[in-house]
Design a binder for this molecule. Structure first.
Ligand SMILES: [Mg+2]
Length: 220
């Protein structure tokens, strides 16, 4: 029985039409003067802070706290801009699965386990009207390493639910091999869903507990 369900955001809950990547590019150009910020960067499943570090290092700049703060000071404005510009949608099956969760006799706590910084996660999910559904979360500004984010999410889940929340009572829902890896890092169960960037074969190779085409296929 799951007492905590932790959702990834991009490719799992929503598709933004690339708003996050475009925002990263626009901020990097405005703040650091390079239009090539997002070139050669693989975004899927990454934490925002690790992405900014790589972008800076690719352009021979130091990933100092100051440079990272300068970046995120402009991120919210550009993210709102590109979300409005590009539209996007909630992923198929999300509404059905979330309804299934809340209608259970003992509904699990619904949370986030995402590489997005908290402000970015909030802006994205508010854009689609679903931010208030999440009681807690671990975010890209909590740690650069997604596996450590899973540890933080577990700790926050314990605080929320009281002690004794076992890892096997946590379900992680994500669309990339990195989501599966971070669930395994804490011993949680994991659903791989192919609504995001990874193919079915790529996800299958990581051996999630469930592998679905969309979340409406899932019940427990
Ligand atoms: Mg994702």
């Amino acid at each position: 029985m799951f007492r905590l369900v932790l959702f990834d955001i991009d490719g799992t809950l929503i598709r933004t039409g690339g708003a996050g990547v475009r925002a990263f590019g626009s901020v990097f150009e405005e703040v650091f003067g390079h239009s090539t910020g997002t070139e050669k960067i693989h975004f899927a499943g990454r934490t925002d802070s690790s992405l900014v570090r790589e972008m800076l290092e690719n352009h021979n700049m130091a990933a100092t706290r100051e440079n990272i703060d300068r970046f995120f000071a402009r991120y919210e404005r550009w993210l709102r801009h590109w979300l409005t510009e590009l539209g996007g949608h909630i992923c198929p099956g999300v509404e059905v699965f979330m309804q299934h969760c809340v209608e259970r006799s003992s509904p699990p706590v619904i949370g986030l386990l995402t590489g997005n910084v908290r402000a970015g996660a909030r802006i994205k999910l508010e854009h689609f009207g679903i931010w208030e559904r999440f009681a807690m979360g671990a975010f890209g500004d909590d740690h650069e390493d997604r596996n450590e984010l899973a540890v933080i999410a577990w700790q926050r889940g314990r605080e929320h639910l009281g002690n004794g929340l076992g890892a096997e009572e946590i379900l992680v829902v994500g669309d990339t091999p990195r989501d599966v890896a971070c669930a395994r890092h804490i011993g949680a169960k994991v659903v791989g869903v192919t609504t995001g960037g990874a193919t079915r074969d790529e996800l299958a190779a990581t051996k999630p507990d469930w592998l679905v085409n969309d979340l409406s296929e899932l019940s427990w």
